[in-house]
Structure formats: structure tokens, C-alpha cells
Design a protein around this ligand. Structure first.
Ligand SMILES: Cc1ncc(COP(=O)(O)O)c(C=O)c1O
Length: 384
């Protein structure tokens, strides 16, 4: 391992205990992020609301960092508590505009908010290997489709969509991206992909803990649509405490209706600064190397890899096909190995601080668990 990654790895104390390879489920806080969070909690204990002016300024610095990270403007960023909250805000704006085109692979948070608002929805089906081909999507772009909803990376196949090509193809339609499985792992440029709304929580590849997230709302969309729900902080001058007038702010922050969720916002800001310090391009290349290595090693040991193998479709997620995936997963857990049963097998998601040696260990342990499981189910079969 190069000394660069070796040094970075020291920021992740969980590497000293188990074998953690599931950032598609949840990521750890890096030590510098944890330390900044603890400092904030200490300030909260010692200062309570005395810290308010400083914390408000700090939250705005976090917003600026988030905007820079995805090539947006700070005015286009709202802090949210989950991806689901952000997609609901998107659906509040766009569900009335016309039909929605999405796909059958999406995580429920991408689709349920539109179903709930009775939008007519068309679903693209994937090709073999989970590929959501843009040619197929284009064929489904009927004139009545006004919004395209897609994940940047699919949670159960690892397929990575070519968002820039999709952004070209969308024409005058709205593009809503669920970036939960890519933010923090894959560079994201809202301008290059012509996205209208981007939604992501904070606890996966971003490694900013639970309870936070961000939403990008393009400035034209902010101008065009009013929020369906507002609170005292959605207005231009909240401190005026006007309770009979609604002068709504123009920025995306109007979706933060009450007092900011400071700890979650600070964690997002600290994690983004940490990732930008390393460099998101560098992180992406490292993740692609590790996930390619995992796919190769799995195939060497006779596993079928269900996630895409072609570089342009790959992400940090690798799915190894597995019968009795839940039982094998439990065996892995008992040995201190963390992956998830998803997508017809086991989902492996290494981040930049993981190592090829850890992947070797995972594949060895996984082979042993698979063999144990098949011996066990064979014995059960004989008894019957
Ligand atoms: C693509 C995707 N979207 C959304 C979620 C859940 O997001 P939240 O719990 O923040 O609503 C997940 C969780 O696995 C996911 O993989």
C-alpha cells in the first residue's frame, strides 16, 4: 500500500477491529470529523445558545463547502435530514408537472414520494448486468414525461449512470438525481450533468454520520416553484418574528424550516472538507481500483459477479451472487466482516481507506462461509 493511503487509513480506527467493507450501507466518521463533532458538542454543553451567532456562521461555511463540492452555488444548497426528505421536497415541486420516468432498480426513497402524490410513473427496465441503457431511456421519453428520476449509482447493482449524457438527453425535462450511493465516492458536478435537483443523505460514502444530508436545487427551479411547507426560518427575516406575513427567502435554505440541525450540518461540512483535502478524483480512482480488484478476486474463487464490469458503468459497489445470502451474511458478521445481503447476493462496498489485503481476506473468509453453508444445507438435505 502506498504511504499516502497508509497514512489516511490511520484516520479510521474501525480498521483495527473488524473488516468493514460496506459503505453502501453506512460509512464511519474519519477521526478529524469525529474530533470536530466532539468539539461542537462540547461547545453546546458549555455555551448553549451563546454559540448561536458563531454556529450560524459556521453552518454557512458548511453550505459553501457543500456547494463547492458539487459545483453549485451556496444559495442552491439546503441541508436536509435524509434523502427521503429531499426527494419529497422535489416531488412537492415537480409531481404536478407531468409524468415521471424512473426505473425498476431504484431505492424506494426515489420512487415512493412520486407515487404518494399520484404522479403517473414509467419504469425503465435494466439490461443484463443491471445496465440502465440511455438508449432505452430515450425510447421511453414520451412528451408527457416531464421529470426523470434516477440514482447516480444504483444501491443493489452498483450500476453508475452517465449523468452528463443523461443531462444532455433530458431536453427541457427536469432531472432529479438521488446521489446517495455516489456522493463522497464519485465526483459530482451539478452543472456538467444539468441536474435540477440532487438529493443525498450524509451517512454512506460521505462518511458524515446519521441525521444529515444535502439537497441541491437549481436556481431556476427555486425561482419557479414555491415550497409546499414552510417554517419560521423559511422567511427573509426570521428574527423579525412576523407571524402574519410570509416573505419567503429565495435561497434553497427556505426548505430548512426551523432551527438548523447544527451537529449534522457541521459533520457534513467537516466530512466534505476532509474529502476535498484528499481530492475526490483521487478517491474515485482508488475506489474503482479496489472494487475492480474485489470483482477479480471473487471471480478467481468461483463467485459470479452481478454488478457491471465495464469501467464506465462501475462504482464502489460489487455484488457477488450468493444462494442463501442472508445466512452467509450472518456467518460473515460472526467473523467480524461487514457487507450486506442485497441485489441477489452480497454487496461489497470498499472506500478509499480499505486495502487490497482486506479484499483478499474478505474473499478468503467469504469462500469459507459459502463452503460451510453449502455443506450445512447439504447435510440438512440428507436428513430430509
Ligand atoms: C439510493 C438510496 N437512497 C436512499 C436511501 C435511504 O436514504 P434516507 O434513509 O436518508 O432517506 C438509501 C439507503 O440505503 C439508498 O441506498
Amino acid at each position: 500500500m502506498s504511504s499516502f493511503w497508509e497514512k489516511i487509513r490511520r484516520d479510521f480506527p474501525l480498521t483495527r477491529s473488524g473488516l468493514y467493507l460496506d459503505h453502501a450501507a453506512g460509512g464511519p466518521l474519519a477521526e478529524p470529523v469525529r474530533i470536530r463533532m466532539q468539539e461542537a458538542l462540547r461547545e453546546n454543553a458549555l455555551e448553549a445558545d451563546f454559540a448561536w451567532p458563531r454556529w450560524m456562521k459556521r453552518a454557512e461555511r458548511c453550505r459553501a463547502a457543500a456547494a463547492k463540492f458539487i459545483h453549485a452555488e451556496p444559495e442552491e444548497i439546503a441541508f436536509v435530514s435524509s434523502t427521503s426528505q429531499a426527494v419529497n421536497a422535489a416531488a412537492e415541486m415537480l409531481a404536478g408537472e407531468g409524468s415521471v420516468l424512473t426505473n425498476v432498480c431504484e431505492f424506494p426513497s426515489s420512487t415512493l414520494p412520486w407515487i404518494w402524490r399520484k404522479a403517473k410513473i414509467f419504469y425503465q427496465k435494466p439490461r443484463a448486468g443491471g445496465i440502465l441503457a440511455l438508449e432505452d431511456l430515450q425510447r421511453q421519453l414520451r412528451p408527457e414525461v416531464k421529470t426523470i428520476v434516477t440514482s447516480s449509482v444504483q444501491y443493489a447493482t452498483g450500476f453508475r449512470q452517465d449523468l452528463e449524457a443523461l443531462g444532455q438527453m433530458k431536453g427541457r425535462r427536469y432531472l432529479v438525481v438521488n446521489a446517495t450511493q455516489s456522493l463522497g465516492a464519485v465526483p459530482f458536478n451539478v452543472k456538467a450533468c444539468n441536474a435540477d435537483i440532487v438529493c443525498s443523505n450524509s451517512y454512506k460514502w460521505l462518511m458524515a454520520g446519521y441525521g444529515g444530508g444535502l439537497m441541491y436545487i437549481r436556481s431556476e427551479i427555486l425561482r419557479k416553484f414555491k415550497p409546499a411547507s414552510i417554517g419560521w426560518r423559511s422567511v427573509k427575516d426570521p428574527d423579525a418574528m412576523k407571524n402574519r406575513k410570509t416573505a419567503i427567502r429565495s435561497e434553497a435554505a427556505r426548505y430548512e424550516m426551523g432551527v438548523p440541525g447544527f451537529p449534522a450540518i457541521f459533520a457534513v461540512g467537516a466530512a466534505i472538507e476532509y474529502l476535498m483535502d484528499i481530492g475526490i478524483e483521487k478517491i474515485f480512482r482508488r475506489i474503482l481500483e479496489l472494487s475492480a480488484y474485489a470483482a477479480e478476486r471473487l471471480e478467481d474463487r468461483g463467485f459470479r459477479v452481478l454488478s457491471p464490469r465495464e469501467e464506465r458503468f462501475r462504482s464502489g459497489i460489487v455484488i457477488a451472487e450468493m444462494n442463501a445470502a442472508v445466512r452467509v451474511w450472518k456467518r460473515l458478521l460472526a467473523r467480524g466482516v461487514f457487507v450486506s445481503p442485497r441485489g441477489g447476493g452480497l454487496r461489497i462496498g470498499p472506500h478509499f481507506y480499505n486495502t487490497p489485503e482486506e479484499i483478499d481476506r474478505l474473499v478468503e473468509i467469504l469462500s469459507a462461509c459459502r463452503d460451510e453453508e453449502s455443506r450445512n444445507s447439504g447435510r440438512k438435505g440428507v436428513k430430509k
